[in-house]
Design a binder for this molecule. Structure first.
Ligand code: PGA
Ligand code: ZN
Length: 425
């Protein structure tokens, strides 16, 4: 039993300088948990509702004082009551909100409370946060034995970089799974090669996009991919042996009137899938995220039928970490992997349902940050505790990204994931 003695929230600024919510929760045992929630820009229309003030005089309408107020309301209802579990608290938050998409209290308020409770309970149990997350699993998953492998955002386009090119991200994955220190060192070299390449080919210094990806004026999507591949080779890596590439197309953002605007052309879903087939032939592609628009279910089916045997077909805006949409996608063979973003659904327990459902289908799972992030590192613990295959945090620059990677580096250097001191991890 855990009793909440106090709960408070305030606005902080995220990596884009926009407000978000930070909440602190105190248990009667004296243990507390403080958590900051992230915020997307390339958001899916089926995500839970992020409550913003809408006052144009303040933060251009993006203030979070209403969400802070929601936390006060939750405090009034939840304090002094005994909570047996995370699930019980989350069910209460869902009922208190009472809407299908958390639009009354705001998913930003609800998630801040849900996660702050998890962090406080981990403290009360004397456990690392990743161990506590692992202990929440209800599907019989064993304790994690290894860390998720990072996917590094190398180049950005789309809404994260002023739409100079349609594709939102080209990412690099280190292979095979080596110690996290080696993976990060290899990726740092690729990033350094990309900085050199941009100076040489575009005469630019390293201007970065929202997630720290480099964003030179690529002529087209082919160039964006080819240059990413060149950077990996320049770093001395062998395609398919030392690295793979991934894309997050975020295709909803270039989908207009049923057609896909790519490189000055209007493509049908089938033509776009053919383009992906060529990229999978020419490059060591690991995964395609949001290859089609969020409600183009038949397009997704075509993509999965065409490439799903050899490539990870990853749903972000398609699935929105929502169990109902995951069920539909699995039932109609539209995807074979889940991008897990806890704030897309709003509580830890619902995100866990999404995870366990996806695992039940045998899907690949990528735990993901948002483009608007904070210095909080809970995502690293979540990705480890819930045994995500990959963690997607952005590039290896900017402290809001590095907070997560540096947490992985810490865990990778301590038992049980590394050889350093055990009790610390
Ligand atoms: P976000 O999107 O801007 O909504 O966080 C990132 C992504 O598409 O993965
Ligand atoms: Zn995405």
């Amino acid at each position: 039993m855990f009793t909440i003695d106090d709960l408070a929230a305030h606005e902080i600024l995220d990596s884009r300088g926009r407000p978000t919510v930070k909440a602190s929760l105190l248990l009667s045992s004296g243990h507390s948990g403080t958590v900051s929630v992230p915020s997307g820009a390339s958001t899916g229309i089926h995500e839970a509702h992020e409550l913003r003030d809408g006052d144009p005089q303040r933060y251009r309408g993006k203030g979070c004082l209403k969400a802070v107020n929601s936390v006060r309301h939750i405090r009034a209802e939840a304090a002094s009551r005994p909570w047996r579990s995370q699930q019980e608290l989350d069910n209460f938050l869902i009922d208190l909100d009472g809407t299908p998409n958390k639009s009354r209290l705001g998913a930003n308020a609800v998630l801040a409370v849900s996660l702050a409770f998890a962090r406080a309970v981990a403290g009360a149990k004397g456990q690392s946060l990743w161990r506590h997350f692992a202990s929440l699993r209800t599907d019989g998953a064993s304790m994690p034995a290894q860390l998720p492998s990072p996917t590094i955002n190398l180049f950005s386009g789309g809404v994260h970089a002023g739409k100079q090119v349609a594709l939102q991200d080209v990412l690099v994955l280190p292979l095979p799974a080596r110690p996290i220190d080696e993976q990060m060192a290899a990726m740092a070299e690729v990033y350094a090669c990309a900085v050199d390449l941009i100076a040489r080919d575009y005469g630019q210094r390293n201007l970065t996009a929202d997630e720290g990806g480099l964003a030179p004026p690529f002529k087209n999507t082919h160039e964006m991919l080819a240059q990413a591949d060149s950077c990996c080779r320049a770093a001395g890596l062998e395609p398919g042996i030392d690295y793979r590439l991934a894309i997050d197309a975020a295709a909803s953002h270039f989908h207009v009137d049923g057609r896909y605007h790519v490189d000055g052309k209007d493509l049908s879903a089938g033509e776009l899938v053919s383009l992906y087939r060529i990229w999978c032939r020419d490059y060591p592609m690991h995964s395609i995220e949001d290859g089609l628009a969020e409600d183009d279910w038949t397009g997704w089916q075509e993509l999965c039928a065409e490439l799903g045997d050899s490539t990870i077909v990853l749903g972000d805006d398609l699935l929105c970490t929502n169990p109902n949409r995951i069920r539909r996608a699995a039932g109609s063979a539209c995807a074979n992997a889940l991008l897990l973003k806890v704030n897309q659904i709003g509580t830890l327990s619902e995100a866990q349902d999404a995870l366990e459902l996806a695992r039940g289908y045998g899907w690949h799972v990528v735990a993901s940050a948002r483009s608007g992030e904070t210095e909080d590192d809970w995502l690293a613990d979540l990705a480890v505790g819930w045994q995500a295959d990959n963690i997607k945090v952005g590039s290896i620059t900017q402290s809001e990204r590095l907070a997560k990677y540096n947490r992985l580096l810490y865990l990778g250097n301590h038992k049980p994931f590394g050889s350093g001191a055990g009790r610390l991890a």
